[in-house]
Each structure stands twice: as structure tokens, then as C-alpha cells.
Design a protein. Structure first.
Length: 262
């Protein structure tokens, strides 16, 4: 049968057509998930969070121009091996023990795609001797599915970090490729996590004056404060780092940044 859908969304280029991130999430899950298995490319320990064992997975539902992850984000069909939650937990545990760390995470894309895989993996982490599982998310799937936050809140060892990309719908589209209507989804994800009583904090790409204006930053702060003032007090502000993939994505998007002033 002929597939009449749009071509799969890759990195952004000038004049791109904005996409629905929930549709891209579904298309990506078709590629990177099989039952409760999900594609991963590697497992390693990194120094962030004071040392954390990391599984590097494939696939995301946004196309941020400053994204640092490997090309498995844009071409998930070409990368990775399908791994079960048990296999991922075994590999994370092995890396953690070898490095002497007691924290786990999965990164390299959007971990909340493939819900069955993630929840099964979190069950294993919860009943393990490890202290903490960090869940880094763009907030889109959690904003679209109110049950998701409640299911995450059941885990006492899981701490979620919601990473916001922009402060206005227009900027959200130009930085992520997603339609302006979807700008609210990550904020709804934050509301859902708050109401579910989950452990979480918010990060935002607001510390970099090359890609965010004062007004846009203030809009983001105001939107967060309207949900809960403590979200602003605890906000982790990020800047763009010059990873190879980031530089290439910025170039493909036609965005030039100077690296001596931020
Ligand atoms: S920065 Fe995060 S949310 Fe944005 S495309 Fe990369 S992995 Fe996805």
C-alpha cells in the first residue's frame, strides 16, 4: 500500500514546514519501538549529575536547532539496536557498578516515547539498590497524556527534568520546528507533573542571549510563575554548547552564532 504521509521529519532547514510533534512522536515510535523494546546505540558513564550511568537511545519528537544529540535523532531507522527494559537495566547496572555511581538515566532523544518500555525500565530501577533515575524530557508526551505524569509519580526514585525550548509560540516553532499550537504542551506537562505530585524541576534554554531575547525569557518566566512561583526560583537556565552536531544543525538551519559572546 502507498504511504501517503509526509516524509519523515529530519533536521530543520530554512523555509521548513512546521510539524505536529505528537504526529512526529507517533512516527518516531513506529521506527524506534517494537513492543516494549526500544532502540539504543550505547551505554556509558558520564560526569553530569555527579556521575551517572547513561543509556543512549534513538528518536525524538522535536527538531531543536541547538540539539547536541547524535544523528540518530534525525535518522533513527539507521541507528541503534532494539533492547528490552531488562536488557537496558542490566547494561545500565553494569556501567554504574563499574564506575561506582548510583544514578541512572536514558538520554540521546526523548525517553518518554515508548511508554511501555520506559515504565517497565523504571519499575526495575525502583526496586533496585540504585538511588536515583533522572528522566530528561521535552515535556511534550507528558503534556499530551495526563495519565503519564501520574504513572511517573508512583516512582519514588524517579526525578524528572523538563527542558523548555522557548518562551513564545513563534520562537518555539523557529527553534524546534513544531507548530506554534504545540507550544503549550510542555507547560501542560509541568502542570500534570505538579498535580500528580511527581519529583521534578524545570530547565530552559534561556541563559543564552544569542538565541533568546530578554522579552522572550521574561515571557517564559511569567508563564512558569503563572503555574507556580517556585518553578521560577528553581529554574535551571541553559546555554547552547558548541557540540559538533549542534554546529551542523545550526548551519543546516541557516543560523549563525558567534561563540565569543553569550
Ligand atoms: S534538544 Fe532534546 S528535545 Fe530538542 S531535539 Fe534534541 S533531544 Fe529532542
Amino acid at each position: 500500500m502507498t504511504d501517503l504521509r509526509q516524509p519523515y521529519q529530519r533536521y530543520l532547514e530554512p523555509g521548513f514546514t512546521a510539524f505536529d510533534p505528537l504526529e512526529l512522536a507517533r512516527r518516531t515510535e513506529e521506527i524506534v519501538c517494537r513492543g516494549d523494546r526500544r532502540k539504543y546505540t550505547k551505554f556509558y558513564c558520564t560526569r553530569v549529575y555527579g556521575g551517572i550511568a547513561t543509556g543512549y537511545l534513538c528518536g525524538c519528537c522535536l527538531r531543536c536547532i541547538f540539539c547536541w544529540v547524535e544523528w540518530s535523532r534525525d535518522f533513527p531507522e539507521k541507528y541503534g539496536v532494539f533492547r528490552s527494559p531488562a536488557e537496558v537495566f542490566y547494561r545500565l547496572s553494569r556501567v554504574a557498578r563499574k564506575a561506582g555511581v548510583n544514578k541512572l538515566r536514558i538520554s540521546g532523544g526523548e525517553p518518554t516515547l515508548g511508554k511501555a518500555h520506559l515504565l517497565n525500565l523504571l519499575e526495575k530501577a525502583e526496586s533496585s539498590p540504585f538511588r536515583l533515575f533522572i528522566l530528561e524530557t521535552n515535556g511534550i508526551p507528558i503534556g499530551a497524556d495526563p495519565n503519564y505524569a501520574q504513572q511517573l509519580a508512583r516512582f519514588k526514585k524517579v526525578h524528572t527534568r523538563v527542558s523548555l525550548k522557548a518562551g513564545t509560540p513563534k520562537a518555539f516553532t523557529s527553534k524546534t520546528g513544531a507548530k506554534p499550537e504545540s507550544f503549550e504542551l510542555p507547560f501542560q506537562g509541568i502542570v500534570n507533573l505538579l498535580e500528580a505530585g511527581a519529583s521534578f524541576h524545570v530547565a530552559a534554554m534561556t541563559a543564552d542571549r544569542r538565541i533568546v531575547t530578554k522579552q522572550e525569557r521574561q515571557s517564559l518566566l511569567d508563564r512558569l510563575a503563572s503555574i507556580h512561583p517556585a518553578l521560577v526560583d528553581n529554574l535551571e537556565e541553559e546555554a547552547v554548547d558548541p557540540y559538533r552536531t549542534t554546529l551542523e544543525r545550526l548551519r543546516y538551519a541557516g543560523v549563525e552564532l558567534t561563540w565569543d559572546e553569550r
